[in-house]
Design a protein around this ligand. Structure first.
Ligand SMILES: [Zn+2]
Length: 427
């Protein structure tokens, strides 16, 4: 059943997903819908997809939206000036009695006389024409959802964050910062690129001008508002000596993959899923001490409480406090190789010193204990008690990691296609 009205967005039953995010492994919420995004005017060289039927702007004609699998027929309407709830419901084809039930249900939590332009109404209707749910989304992204049937309820749902994938491209003339800025791409990605490539080459000195950069990232929205920081997902750098491609881990993965001209150049597995590097290994200005010091590991940005996992199988060598490091877990991987996970807020209560752990075993939770200004994870690899760069060291790769390299290569291929699609559909 497909209902199409003048200002209504055509909704397709799930299965015919027109825009690809829902096919992605990182579609972040239970909803599996996808929409194209119409906010492209502000960023003409980029493109987006989203995966919520309600939250993103879908008012422009021609957008297609697929409904979640468990909601057979959905339609939404953006409230216009002068619209009333009952008027919208009548326009949707509901009879007077049914419409009154919906108005009454929504009205129990919201003064329907205060309907405002820009709010959105979504209805799920079963095949007999009766509403299953009616949802009104307010400007702040919170929603009032009335469920009908045997056990009717009205709920107020908090704002739902939706991740929207975006893509953009830029050509370097003076600096990478200027190039990204000029293309409307978040300039913070220049830092992400520098950090992830720290052991491959020095990005700043490598760029002489004329290099082409294509990036894909996720931003997070509640309703129409972008909230928090965007997260870089994939990069293609066309440099003088070839094409470098970087795949960052998504929220289900701990692996970064770097390729050159289609050939695997480097991978590394990190202790926190989806986290991004925030500090490189080696000499740096210490943020608290204010002097140049050796940074004996790498840092990952992570919220308080994020799960910290073993990067490789091994034995617990130490758990507890260590000066400067706060609460730590140290693993012994044999052959003199140790890993260290620092500034933890909590230890996995089930672990004991001497116990064997597998790759991915939870060791504790990220925090800010010890000498630390904000929650993050400090991660070290030590060989015979000497710190080595975790990005470059290959001793921990291979056996014991449940994610085979071929899987990473397939994901790179997926990302290439998605990037092409987003940039093309936008052009
Ligand atoms: Zn650190």
């Amino acid at each position: 059943m497909l209902i199409r009205l003048r200002y209504w967005t055509a909704m397709l039953v799930a299965g015919g997903v027109a825009f690809g995010v829902s096919q992605y492994r990182d579609a972040p919420t239970a909803l599996s819908t996808a929409v194209s995004d119409s906010a492209e005017e502000e960023m003409p060289r980029s493109a987006t997809t989203a995966d919520d039927g309600l939250a993103p702007s879908v008012a422009d004609a021609g957008d297609k939206v697929s409904t979640p699998v468990d909601e057979p027929v959905t339609w939404t309407q953006v409230v216009g000036a002068g619209d009333s709830l009952s008027g919208l419901l009548a326009a949707a084809g509901l009879d007077t009695e049914t419409s009154r039930d919906v108005v009454q249900a929504i009205g129990s939590e919201f003064d329907v006389r205060h309907l405002k332009p820009g709010q959105r109404l979504a209805l799920n209707v079963s095949s007999d024409g009766l509403p299953k749910t009616a949802t009104l989304e307010k400007e702040d992204g919170s929603r009032i959802r009335a469920t009908f049937g045997e056990d009717p309820t009205v709920q107020i749902l908090p704002p739902q964050l939706v991740s929207v994938r975006r893509a953009g491209e830029a050509t370097v003339s003076s600096s990478i910062f200027a190039a990204l800025d000029g293309a409307g791409i978040p300039t913070r990605f220049a830092t992400d690129l520098e950090l992830v490539l720290a052991e491959t080459f020095d990005l700043r000195t490598r760029l002489g001008g004329g290099e082409h950069i294509r990036l894909m990232w996720r931003e997070y929205r509640s309703g129409d508002r972008v909230v928090g920081d965007p997260t870089i997902d994939f990069a293609q750098l066309d440099l003088a000596d070839g094409r470098y491609e970087i795949l960052w881990p998504d929220d289900t993965s701990r692996r970064t993959t770097i390729m050159k001209d289609g050939v695997l150049l480097q991978t590394f597995d990190q202790p926190i899923r989806g986290a991004r590097l925030s500090s490189a290994f080696g000499m740096r200005m210490h943020p608290i001490l204010g002097t140049v010091r050796m940074h004996s590991g790498i840092d990952f940005a992570a919220p308080q409480g994020a799960i910290v996992a073993a990067t490789q199988q091994g034995k617990v060598a130490y758990m507890g406090k260590r000066s400067g490091y706060g609460t730590v877990v140290e693993l012994d991987h044999g052959n003199g190789v140790h890993t260290l996970y620092a500034h933890l807020s909590a230890l996995n209560e089930g672990l004991r010193v001497g116990q064997r752990v597998e790759t991915g075993t939870e060791l504790g939770r990220a925090g800010s204990t010890g000498r630390s200004t904000a929650p993050h994870l400090h991660y070290e690899i030590r060989v015979n008690d000497k710190p080595v760069s975790p990005l470059a060291d290959t001793r921990l790769r291979g056996s014991g990691n449940p994610t085979p390299l071929t899987e990473s290569l397939v994901l790179v291929g997926d990302m290439q296609s998605e990037l092409d699609r987003l940039l093309t559909s936008n052009g």
